[in-house]
Ligand binder design. Structure first.
Ligand code: NDP
Length: 244
């Protein structure tokens, strides 16, 4: 649908789940992709993206560690002329009701899902401002809007991500940079694999479209917000939830 030839996209956590579909979408649309990943690519990832092998660069980087993010951008600045797109996709869940939530479960989720986004945006924006063009997309969640039981840490981080993105969108708009969020509903990935069947069915009953979403359906919305055509969409959140 969109033409990203000559453009470079950075995607965090892009070797599986929603991130992998976003990476595949960019590659098919002609972009080069640099992945900041906590893990090496799986055989499945290599197989599925083999025709684009020369356009993928996977760098091990834990986005929750400031020094690793700094090193990642030093590498990118040295190796590439620049990049146009940043997708803050990496995210984790460590659910527990608040009274039982360990301090580490709170901090781990905030560290990856919110602090990691701050670190990535901080370095990316410096480079984008120099080139007077950029598209930043964060992956939030309905949990950040409604709050879900057992997700005080995740909901707080995802609401924070939306607020961060809105503030950033005002700061950088004059430099040709937009910042937006995509909010996927329940999407069938590893992140939801541990849901008990009963809870899964309860969630499906609440979704007007009566099914979980597909990773490609989220990727399509990310590609739209990353496109030149989306130039006037800024500071917004696009919900991909089946009407949840
Ligand atoms: P997955 O668990 O399938 O994939 C997440 C990816 O992020 C993995 O590759 C993971 O690597 C990586 N990652 C995790 N922590 C870090 C880190 N510190 N640094 C770098 N990479 C990291 O999740 P989904 O694809 O389902 O989720 C993608 C995004 O979408 C997340 O932000 C999630 O919160 C959000 N989301 C998902 C929904 C869903 O229903 N699936 C709904 C709403 C939002 P590793 O495991 O090796 O750390």
């Amino acid at each position: 649908m969109y033409d990203f030839k000559g453009q470079t996209a950075i995607v965090t956590g892009g070797v599986r789940g929603i991130g992998k579909s976003i990476v595949e979408g960019f590659l098919r649309a002609g972009a080069r992709v640099i992945i900041a990943s906590n893990e090496v690519a799986t055989e499945q990832f290599k197989q599925d993206t083999s025709e684009f092998a020369d356009k993928i660069d996977i760098q091990i980087c834990d986005v929750s560690k400031y020094e690793e993010v700094e090193k990642f951008f030093e590498y990118v600045d040295k190796k590439y002329e620049g990049f146009e797109i940043l997708v803050n996709n990496a995210g984790i869940r460590k659910d527990a009701v608040l009274a039982m939530m360990r301090e580490s479960e709170w901090h781990d989720v905030i560290d990856v899902n919110l602090n990691g986004v701050f670190y990535m945006c901080k370095f990316a924006v410096m480079s984008m401002m120099r080139r007077k063009y950029g598209r930043i997309i964060g992956i939030t969640s309905p949990s950040g809007k409604f709050g879900f039981e057992g997700q005080a840490n995740y909901a707080a981080a995802k609401a924070g991500l939306v607020a961060l993105t809105k503030s950033l969108s005002r700061e950088v708009a004059r430099r040709g940079i937009t910042a937006n969020c995509v909010s996927p509903g329940f999407i069938a990935t590893d992140l939801l694999q541990d849901l008990p069947d009963e809870l899964r069915n309860t969630y499906i009953a609440q979704i007007p479209l009566k099914r979980f979403g597909k990773t490609e359906e989220v990727a399509a919305c990310v590609l739209f917000l990353a496109s030149k055509e989306a130039a006037y969409v800024n500071g917004s959140t696009l919900e991909v939830t089946g009407g949840l």
